[in-house]
Design a protein around this ligand. Structure first.
Ligand code: HEC
Length: 114
């Protein structure tokens, strides 16, 4: 498990997931542990607790999206990379890393009680 978390943290910092020189860390600073910043200078929240808010209804997509779908959306839009297979080793490592960032955080499914 520790190895997979470590692999995920390395992938998070790697430019190899895309083709434009960006890594996840370009925007999600400090391994996602601190407030992030887009290239435009716009601030985005840290990823601490983010994994505990998926699956989530995404208004723009008009459907419920999983953490894997969110990761692939960032890979496609922000890194111009190819989507990862949801059960492949790289997605598993990233999801394990992101889930570790939510260790101890309450699961918050929007509309779960409706
Ligand atoms: C160019 C900036 C940028 C890069 C690079 C980027 N992201 Fe994101 N990410 C965003 C933005 C902006 C959001 C806010 C939601 C959206 O627009 O979909 C986001 C949202 C997320 C979320 C959901 C956070 C939440 O609380 O809703 C996760 C998880 C995430 N990104 C993971 C990643 C991973 C993993 C990578 C690398 C494969 C990555 N991101 C690369 C900009 C980026």
């Amino acid at each position: 498990m520790q190895t997979t978390i470590h692999e995920g943290s390395q992938l998070f910092a790697a430019t190899s997931l895309g083709v434009n020189g960006n890594s996840c860390m370009t925007c999600h600073r400090g391994g996602g542990r601190v407030e992030g910043m887009l290239p435009s200078g716009k601030k985005i929240p840290s990823l601490i607790g983010a994994a505990a808010t998926f699956p989530r209804y995404n208004k723009r997509a008009g459907k419920v999206i999983t953490l894997e779908m969110q990761v692939n959306s960032c890979i496609a839009n922000a890194l111009h990379g190819m989507p990862l297979s949801s059960d492949g080793p790289r997605m598993v490592a990233l999801v394990t890393y992101l889930t570790d960032l939510s260790q101890g955080k309450p699961i918050k499914l929007q509309g779960a009680s409706q």
